[in-house]
Ligand binder design. Structure first.
Ligand SMILES: C[S@@+](CC[C@H](N)C(=O)[O-])C[C@H]1O[C@@H](n2cnc3c(N)ncnc32)[C@H](O)[C@@H]1O
Length: 345
């Protein structure tokens, strides 16, 4: 355990500030940066600055598990980390209200080397109230998460550390989670196995609350020549910037508990998504894009450009949109999961 109790107290103080901060984003950058410094210093292994940050990644049949170094780097994305922490905090608080004697169980699938979304909350919820299972496919990440949690004196909050593939993990019957948290995704739910992981785990714990509660993909036509030169995150509001020229086409796909349940009977690699009519005539310069919105839980929402996961993605594979085209979407599971669009005239 770290001798200096002041560091542990500071870790808790930073966690509480991050949970409640409602001011300028610059302050949040500092708070999350300090929190991550403590996590890095507590870890046995340093994951900074290797020559190839992707070294150690795993390509599985359900998608890419990014390397421990890349997973460590996610922690400093302040808006992402803060909103996942706030969402998970509120999901656990809700689950606690439904529990009488037993602790709330949280299954954390894809912890990375610091268990960034759980370790801070272990300082807020005592071990008698909340127990975490910390799982990652990479042994180096679990070894590191163990060292961090041990050094911060929080090991009593962990029911089990698991090295394994979350898409094949069998949840022990006696440890059914009340909350499942996973951030195993990339922009527009591409490449990484978030959909497969949540589907597999929720099928074994149908009553569990999932964090993020929803990942929603919407299509827009975007006049790229009219987008602001500087990326303006939704969380900064549009008051100080000109409104970009975007035409909403409609919702395309959503990952949430109810859509996951609606796929129960499907055994193919193809999940249903919307069909969208593209109105004619299209003004020159407009191209179709997918926007991602993540509700971690309740009121905690990551909007466009708030973090890397909610950047915008051009819809690929469509060279020309003919007049009055229809775009038929589906979500393709497998080693390179992604939303796929097919144009029909
Ligand atoms: C984007 S990182 C997130 C790390 C950390 N949870 C955070 O939010 O900062 C995703 C993590 O999920 C892990 N992962 C990806 N696919 C996995 C799978 N199928 N089973 C278990 N872990 C997986 C990766 O190894 C990586 O550590």
């Amino acid at each position: 355990m770290i001798d200096d109790a002041i560091i542990i107290e500071e870790f808790k103080r930073l966690t509480l500030e991050i949970l409640h901060h409602d001011g300028p984003r610059g302050i949040l950058v500092g708070l999350v940066g300090e929190l991550v410094d403590i996590l890095e210093n507590a870890a046995d292994t340093q994951f900074e600055h290797p020559s190839d940050i992707t070294e150690g990644k795993t390509s599985s049949r359900d998608g890419l598990a990014i390397s421990p170094t890349q997973a460590a780097m996610c922690a400093t994305e302040e808006q992402r980390t803060a909103l996942f922490l706030r969402g998970l905090h509120d999901a656990i608080t809700g689950a606690l209200e439904l529990k009488s004697s037993e602790p709330v169980r949280v299954l954390y699938a894809g912890s990375g080397p610091y268990a960034t979304l759980a370790t801070p909350l272990m300082t807020v919820f005592p071990p008698g109230k909340v127990q975490f299972t910390v799982l990652d496919i990479h042994p180096a990440s679990i070894d590191s998460a163990k060292s961090v949690i041990g050094r911060l004196g929080l090991e009593q909050s962990v029911e089990e550390f698991v090295v394994g593939d979350a898409c094949h993990y069998i949840i022990p019957r006696e440890a059914t989670p009340d909350v499942i948290v996973s951030e195993t995704m990339s922009t527009a739910l591409e490449k990484e196995p978030q959909v497969a992981i949540m589907r597999h785990l929720l099928s074994q714990a149908p009553e569990a609350v999932i964090v993020p509660e929803s990942v929603k993909l919407d299509a827009f036509l975007v006049d790229t020549s009219n987008e602001p030169e500087r990326i303006v995150p939704d969380c900064e509001g549009s008051a100080n910037s000109s409104q970009p020229d975007r035409i909403p086409l409609g919702p395309v796909f959503e990952l949430n508990a109810s859509t996951i349940r609606s796929w129960d009977a499907l055994s193919t690699e193809r999940l249903p998504a919307a069909q969208i009519e593209v109105a004619h005539p299209l003004k020159p310069g407009y191209r179709p894009f997918i926007f991602t919105t993540i509700t971690t839980y309740g009121k905690h929402v990551l909007g466009t450009h708030d973090c890397n996961l909610t950047g915008i993605r051009e819809i690929s594979g469509i060279d020309h949109l003919a007049p009055d085209s229809t775009l038929q979407f589906h979500y393709r599971l497998g080693p390179d999961p992604r939303l796929v669009a097919e144009a029909t005239d």
